[in-house]
Design a protein around this ligand. Structure first.
Ligand code: GLN
Length: 283
């Protein structure tokens, strides 16, 4: 099982979201306090996504700009198009405590929205960079803490129900990457993100009652999360919110989220509602 975290608030160094506090995400990777359902350490890689606005880069034709029109390499025929916040990512399949970028590069990058995860690969799933959350699509970033027993059959059936793209489009042969193909399809057609998480969780649990589904989704301003089996806490501070598998410090404002909940963070405000889902017979 993995640990994950999302932050929205004032611009802050991306690296500090991984290392800040006596029980930072990096510390949780080798000394997690609340592991449920197997796993002892989260040593199978990590990833972090952050959002930024492309407009500054557009001024010097820098990266992060979508160009269209004209031939590639012909600047006279192209124009930058501002697309709202752009999401970028860094991932590595090695243990987070062995990667010097965490201390030497990521602190140089600042963002007002960050989503990060450390991974403990579920048995039988590959340990590789492409299997490390966050998974990206458009301006979205996604992480899954949990596992889906019999995921191939279960998710093939869910994908058929929702008319999803082929699960062969998944970035890695893991339950989480396949789940993202289904979820991003719902987001693409404009499904409200909380509703999309609820639909996907419901369809999976109907078929796989022992699925563990702590899902975490961000778009650079909002955060949506579910608790289904694993721990999650929320810190609502002065103008910032953190949603995290475990509190990373002793701030008294951390609140644990009960199991089977849907969390929404919008405009810096947190709402939590029950995730009422009928689970399949074997549950
Ligand atoms: N099942 C997912 C994977 O293997 C997530 C693992 C986890 O939560 N530990 O990547």
């Amino acid at each position: 099982m993995c640990r994950h975290l999302a932050y929205v608030g004032p611009s802050t160094p991306v690296g500090s979201l991984l290392t800040q506090g006596p029980h930072s995400l990096r510390t949780q990777s080798w000394a997690p306090r609340e592991m449920r359902g197997g796993g002892t350490i989260n040593a199978d890689g990590f990833g972090v996504a952050w959002w930024h606005h492309p407009d500054a880069a557009a001024l010097d034709h820098g990266p992060g700009v979508i160009w269209h029109g004209g031939a590639a390499g012909d600047p006279a025929e192209t124009s930058p198009v501002s697309t709202g916040p752009v999401v970028s990512r860094y991932r590595n399949h090695v243990p987070i405590w062995t990667d010097p970028a965490v201390d030497e590069v990521l602190p140089q990058i600042r963002s007002a929205a960050v989503l990060a995860a450390v991974r403990s690969a579920t048995a039988g799933m590959p340990v590789e960079r492409a299997a490390c959350a966050p998974f990206l699509h458009g301006g979205w970033a996604f992480s899954h803490n949990g596992a889906i027993p019999e995921w191939r059959g279960v998710l093939t059936s869910v994908a058929a129900e929702f008319g999803s793209a082929s699960l062969l489009d998944a970035e890695a042969l893991t339950d989480s990457a396949a789940l993202w193909v289904i979820l991003r399809g719902l987001l693409d057609v404009g499904t409200e993100p909380g509703a999309a998480l609820r639909m996907v969780a419901g369809a999976v649990l109907q078929r796989s009652p022992r699925a563990r589904l702590n899902l975490l989704l961000g778009d650079g301003s909002g955060v949506w999360a579910t608790t289904w089996h694993h721990a999650l806490s929320v810190l609502e501070g002065d103008g910032f919110v953190v949603v995290s598998s475990e509190p990373f410090d002793a701030d008294p404002r951390w609140r644990p989220v009960e199991d089977r909940r849907l969390v929404r963070v919008r405009d810096g405000r947190v709402s939590v509602e029950p995730l009422d889902i009928e689970i399949g017979r074997a549950g």
